[in-house]
Design a protein around this ligand. Structure first.
Ligand code: AHG
Ligand code: MN
Ligand code: MN
Length: 338
């Protein structure tokens, strides 16, 4: 029944009272992001047809230049956030430097900062596996009303005001938090609206899924190797043996674990001492959201992801994220065996 449907925008406005600072800016920022990802979703669904319409950097049958989906998603988010009046600066995986929002005579009184990975899981685009978008919103810390700064974008994850992700999968879902719990919305294409489908998401008490790229096993630390072998061996939980699941899209691996429980690991290795995943627009948004769902996210060495002070827009950190007991157990193995 229509009365049972709660759209994202209705929910955002309803929950506006939760935001101690925002009048309506944060609400309109979140709905701007909602609009942009609906447009991205439309393009994602066509991605399989790109070969018919012309692959990236070619001119398609409509005579338009077909963009790579990463760049298309990036452009859509920048356009949506620039046309609103609530964002003063952007940091994106696809832009080497910060993206200052164009303003009249260089004044931009907007109070919020948005960081994002516009298209997560690019390697899965052409094999039709789930891909995603990841975002986080901060309050600006720079003084004055000029455009925002790199310092605004390099705040600790603890300062996040809202974060979330979109998973373009068998259905398209937007999952986000403003620090008062995690809620999931499923896109109903027939009305073009994200509708509340997963209210108050919390990690299950116990998880028996571990998710990591096993091909890197030989590069893992001794402690991590022993942890993984433990999970593969006689580790037992009340819900049975462990299962290995790895999609290779952070958003999809995290979303599955958020709903079913488990641990996702992209560790530091000898070859990649900082791991692979980016702190500002992948690890922090996910860490903030998982903590809201009773989870935990660290670098595998006792440091909470949200407490790491960024020093570079694109810096990488190891990521151990999921059920607290599994993150703690992984750290115990690493502490004990190095
Ligand atoms: P992106 O497509 O934004 O670069 O992110 C890809 C990331 C992340 O989505 C995933 O968890 C990880 O790469 C997979 O890395 P491997 O292929 O090395 O396992
Ligand atoms: Mn990514
Ligand atoms: Mn990406």
């Amino acid at each position: 029944m229509l009365r049972d449907v709660k759209t994202l925008n209705q929910f955002i406005v309803e929950r506006q009272a939760d935001f101690e600072y925002a009048k309506g800016e944060l609400s309109s920022l979140l709905s701007d992001i909602g609009t942009a990802v609906k447009i991205i979703n439309r393009e994602v669904n066509k991605a399989g047809l790109v070969n018919i319409l012309g692959s990236a950097h070619e001119i398609n049958v409509q005579g338009e230049e077909v963009k790579k989906l990463d760049m298309y998603a990036n452009d859509m988010l920048i356009i949506a956030l620039s046309s609103g009046e609530d964002c003063c600066v952007i940091a994106s995986e696809e832009n080497e430097n910060i993206v200052e929002i164009p303003t009249q005579n260089n004044i931009n009184p907007a109070k919020y900062v948005v960081v994002f990975d516009p298209l997560d899981g690019s390697s899965n685009i052409d094999v039709n596996a789930s891909i995603g978008t990841i975002f986080a919103i901060y309050r600006r810390i720079s003084e004055g009303d000029g455009p925002g700064t790199a310092e605004d974008c390099m705040q600790k994850g603890r300062n996040i005001v809202a974060s979330g992700y979109v998973i373009y999968g068998s259905s398209t879902m937007l999952v986000y938090t403003t620090g008062n719990g995690v809620n999931g919305f499923t896109l109903d294409p027939s009305i073009g609206e994200f509708c509340l489908s997963h209210p108050k998401i919390k990690l299950p008490e116990r998880g028996n899924i571990y998710s990591l790229n096993d091909a890197n096993f030989s590069d893992f630390s001794e402690g991590l190797k022993r942890f993984v072998n433990y999970l593969k061996g006689d580790a037992k939980t009340e819900i049975g043996k462990f299962s290995a699941r790895y999609i290779g899209t952070l958003v999809a691996d995290i979303h599955r674990n958020l709903l079913k429980g488990g641990i996702f690991i992209y560790p530091d290795t000898a070859k990649a001492p900082q791991g692979k995943l980016r702190l500002i627009y992948e690890n922090n948004p996910m860490a903030f959201l998982l903590e809201q769902a009773n989870g935990k996210a660290t670098d595998g060495h006792g440091v909470d992801i949200l407490d790491i002070q960024p020093t570079d827009l694109h810096q990488r950190t190891p990521l151990f994220i999921g059920n607290k007991d599994l993150v703690d157990l992984a750290e115990e193995f690493i502490k004990k065996y190095g």
